[in-house]
Design a protein around this ligand. Structure first.
Ligand SMILES: CC(C)(COP(=O)(O)OP(=O)(O)OC[C@H]1O[C@@H](n2cnc3c(N)ncnc32)[C@H](O)[C@@H]1OP(=O)(O)O)[C@@H](O)C(=O)NCCC(=O)NCCS
Length: 205
């Protein structure tokens, strides 16, 4: 039987866990900035982001090599309702994936992106599997939800492969940019979720 996730949990909110090929790191501002830049430059993942934001982000220089894990780092504001997980390739130090877990009125929604050139190589499964383990077994979240577009077959396979099952959710709606979205909703439940983090977990209400 799998035990609790093995994770370095620092009092300042930084976490470091490991999957076979990735370091999974929470909270570093440098990883988050790289991830935003990566998504902004990706028409599939960032195509619905506001144009002005995409332009602003794409003007800043982008180096996909993550800062060393032992570097002294500014952290993101400490907010358990907005967790950011960076997936860093242990061999190349490249930032290959990012997953966010946002909690609003007690519901924790996850979403993520794998860097374009790294897709289809199992990084998505590896990253999401470990992030779910951490969210359930370290941050103490029993129910995770996720939404993807019905037509996004990669995302559907990604979520199903991580143990998400179809769930009820909001029907079709328009995004802020006017594009109609046909969402499909998913959930992943671990009734044995345990809060082990030394800091408060996401709010349950
Ligand atoms: C969805 C995403 C994160 C998957 O990451 P990935 O590293 O390519 O995924 P993996 O290689 O681990 O493969 C995951 C599953 O997706 C399938 N898949 C990958 N690319 C696919 C594609 N283009 N079309 C259909 N299925 C695809 C794989 O076959 C695998 O399914 P399986 O378990 O049934 O074999 C990635 O495609 C991505 O970042 N997409 C753009 C952003 C996005 O849509 N994010 C999801 C929003 S919730």
């Amino acid at each position: 039987m799998a035990g609790p996730p093995v994770v370095l949990c620092r009092p300042d909110g930084l976490h470091v866990a490991e999957s076979p090929r990735l370091w999974i790191v929470t909270g570093r501002a440098s990883d988050h900035a790289r991830w935003q830049r990566l998504v902004a430059g990706d028409p599939v993942a960032g195509g619905d982001w506001p144009v002005r934001l995409r332009h602003a982000l794409s003007e800043s220089p982008f180096d996909a090599v993550a800062d060393p894990l032992d570097a002294d780092q500014p952290l993101l504001p400490d907010d358990p309702n907005h967790l950011f997980f960076a997936g860093i390739d242990q061999h190349t130090s490249l930032l290959v994936a990012g997953v966010v877990a946002t909690t609003t009125t007690g519901v924790t929604e996850v979403g993520g992106v794998v860097q374009r050139d790294c897709r289809g190589r199992g990084f998505g499964h590896e990253m999401l599997g470990e992030v779910c383990r951490l969210l359930h077994g370290h941050f103490g979240v029993a129910r995770l939800v996720a939404g993807c577009e019905e037509a996004n077959l990669a995302s559907r396979a990604w979520l199903a492969g991580a143990g998400f099952t179809p769930a009820a959710g909001a029907p079709a709606y328009r995004l802020a940019n006017g594009r109609p979205a046909r969402p499909m909703w998913w959930e992943r439940i671990d009734a044995k979720a345990v809060h082990r983090c030394r800091r408060p977990g996401p709010s349950s209400r």
